[in-house]
Design a protein around this ligand. Sequence first.
Ligand code: ADP
Ligand code: MG
Length: 266
Amino acid sequence: MSNTDPVLELRHISKNFLGVHALTDINMTAFAGETICLLGDNGAGKSTLIKIMSGVHRPSGGKLLVDGDEVSFADAHDARALGISTVHQYGGTVPLMSVARNFFLGAEPTLGWGPFQRYDDAFANRVSLEQIHKIGIRRVKDGQQLAGTLSGGERQALAIARAMYFGARVLILDEPTSALGVKEAAETLKLVMRAKNNGLAVIFITHNAHHAMTVGDRFIVLIQGEVAADFRRGERTKDDLLNLMAGGEEFENLELEVDEMRRHTE
Ligand SMILES: Nc1ncnc2c1ncn2[C@@H]1O[C@H](COP(=O)(O)OP(=O)(O)O)[C@@H](O)[C@H]1O
Ligand SMILES: [Mg+2]
């Protein structure tokens, strides 16, 4: 491994589901301190691609490399052990559990030995709050607060802080802004910037071109399982991206049809 190796690299990845070509020849390199935006319409293959990166699916062809070495994940646990962590929409938190319990879910800190072992409340509360504050969310003041009472943006913050604390180096965010209002989405975009500034390789899945253009360093657009565009910040305009996303021609045809419908209703 050298400093210039990507943390995560995909080479010629393909995936078929019983005859459906979900992905064809996907290449991608994710570097520390960079945000890649993965864009595409519903059914384009975004979720399938991140499931391959996070060990949930095995590719039908191609290679995955971590720090320059080829890897093969048996499951999501294998990927996490190498620092590849996925945060799902709504942050994947359990609403009826406290912030601290959510933060340490599956890795509960304990006090004492053997039969006297018990959950270390004070440590969990203190550390979970510290970590959430560290990524810039200061409104959460009590580790005992139920996660269900957090805003959408705060839940994302909890999940991202947790991933970072437990050693994530590649942070995959699956449509983190699509269910959020404008203010919360803005807050989440700031979290993306902070994660990247902390040295993570961020892979941000969205179908919102504005959100992508705000924080992305690199952009990959999937159309029907293939890379339709792959460019760096500054190489294309937001309009280019919007056109790619809207599917260009299809949208122009729709505009013509709608014009026609208007004429008939007038
Ligand atoms: N488990 C599966 N079995 C069969 N087909 C699947 C499966 N998962 C995804 N697909 C198909 O793969 C394609 C890409 O889906 P997906 O990755 O979910 O797209 P996106 O996340 O961009 O909306 C779609 O045609 C979808 O129907
Ligand atoms: Mg999806």
